[in-house]
Design a protein around this ligand. Structure first.
Ligand code: CA
Length: 400
């Protein structure tokens, strides 16, 4: 239990229990106010005027539930086929295509200025904030203020907290609009505040860099991020390949890049069996579920996507969604499982079925959270399935 990682604050078990309950004790409130008072000096040194600090932290109280979020490792590690099934489902492809059409003129301008194509920009938008529909609900000053004063990453979060105060001080975004994830990513692009400061763009020309309420600013900021991360408009991110029987994939990975001629010599082909294209640049072999699942050769552009959020599954979701938005189909090779993942529509359906069986699953939102997992386990027990809290096609069929 990493809640005990507060030695500097001398917190006792009693407070830890409060923390675990997500409540704010009088002790935590006092600690927080003392901590904030101590941050005034460092904030000023970091460019936050005293008046701004006072104004934007007035009445601020800590949200101790956020520490819970930071400290609790998810018990459940999601298989990549579940992750991909929800992030790149038919709904998101259809909505992405609609957004491509709606913002065509803007996206063309962004492509000219930053050298990143519309499908890639829209794919990032779709995965980061579901095209501006999911920003997170945590007021940023409260979330980052809390993490600056409690928990085991205070120094890191203080940098983000001060950046937040500078963003507000500069008037880019109104304080009441600035909400995001519990860890401080916000807006259409889900940038952290320091990333905002480095890379956010004012593309609509109103003098503010507004990633909450300006789609032009947001899409240009995403393209600017990828461009700074080394995006090369002349290259693809990569593509699915077919491996020769018996190829040893141990030691291969996206970082271990070789010229395509090397891969061709080792027997790799395009997934339809045709020869690898004669492209310049080098590519690494990524097999996120081992040699039996889908395999990909990924170029430097994949690294640019990866730098947006350092997870290969995340990078693959964006890359694949961008291909789908260019008209490509799903991966040709199935994931190595007999219990494929659920789209968001299927997740909503399973939540409705669970609710109909009397389980309290909260809002039917297509996100399988703690309440859904408890209900899933109960049904798995009843049905004699493996009890793991994961919902796939098998459970959906059984409940139907
Ligand atoms: Ca603007």
């Amino acid at each position: 239990m990493r809640v005990l990682n507060f030695p500097a604050l001398g917190l006792k078990w009693g407070l830890c229990l409060w923390v675990l309950m997500g409540a704010t004790s009088a002790g935590a409130q006092t600690e927080f106010q003392n901590c904030l008072a101590g941050l005034r000096g460092p904030a000023k040194a970091a460019g936050v005027q005293e008046a701004s600090f006072g104004r934007f932290t007035q009445g601020l109280s800590p949200d101790m539930g956020i520490l819970d979020k930071m400290n609790n490792q998810p018990e459940f590690r999601m298989p990549i086929w579940d992750y991909m099934a929800a992030l790149v489902d038919e709904e998101r492809v259809a909505e992405g295509l609609a957004q491509l059409t709606k913002h065509r003129e803007l996206l063309d301008k962004v492509a000219v200025q930053y050298g990143v194509d519309p499908a890639t920009v829209v794919a990032v938008w779709g995965v980061e904030s579901n095209f501006g529909q999911t920003f997170g609900k945590y007021p940023l000053t409260q979330a980052l203020g809390t993490l600056s004063c409690f928990g085991h990453r205070q120094n890191y979060f203080r940098g983000e907290f001060f950046a937040t105060l500078r963003i507000l001080q500069a008037g880019h975004i109104a304080p009441e609009r600035l909400v995001g994830s519990w860890a401080g990513a916000f807006g259409h692009t889900q940038f952290m505040p320091t990333t905002f400061e480095r890379l956010a763009q004012d593309f609509d020309g109103d003098g503010r860099r507004d990633l909450m309420d300006s789609v032009p600013d947001a899409l240009a900021s995403t393209a600017h991020f990828l461009s700074k991360a080394g995006w090369n408009a002349a290259q693809v991110w990569g593509f699915e390949v077919k491996l020769p029987t018996g190829l040893d994939v141990a030691g291969e990975g996206r970082k271990n890049k070789r010229p395509l001629s090397d891969w061709a010599a080792r027997g790799l082909t395009r997934v339809d069996g045709s020869a690898l294209p004669a492209l310049g640049g080098s590519a690494g072999l990524m097999t996120p579920s081992g040699a039996k699942g889908p395999a990909f050769l990924v170029f430097r552009n994949f690294e640019a996507i990866y730098s947006y959020n350092a997870a290969e599954s995340y990078g693959l979701a964006i890359a694949h969604l961008s291909d789908r938005l260019r008209g490509a189909g799903p991966f040709a090779t199935p994931w190595p499982t007999d219990d494929a993942g659920l789209s968001r529509a299927e997740r909503r359906e399973i939540q409705t079925l669970l609710s109909g069986r009397g389980h309290d699953i909260g809002e039917i939102d297509g996100m399988l959270g703690d309440k859904s997992r408890i209900a899933i386990k109960a049904e798995q027990t009843r049905l004699g399935h493996e009890v793991n809290g994961r919902a796939g096609q098998k459970l959906l069929r059984a409940l139907r």
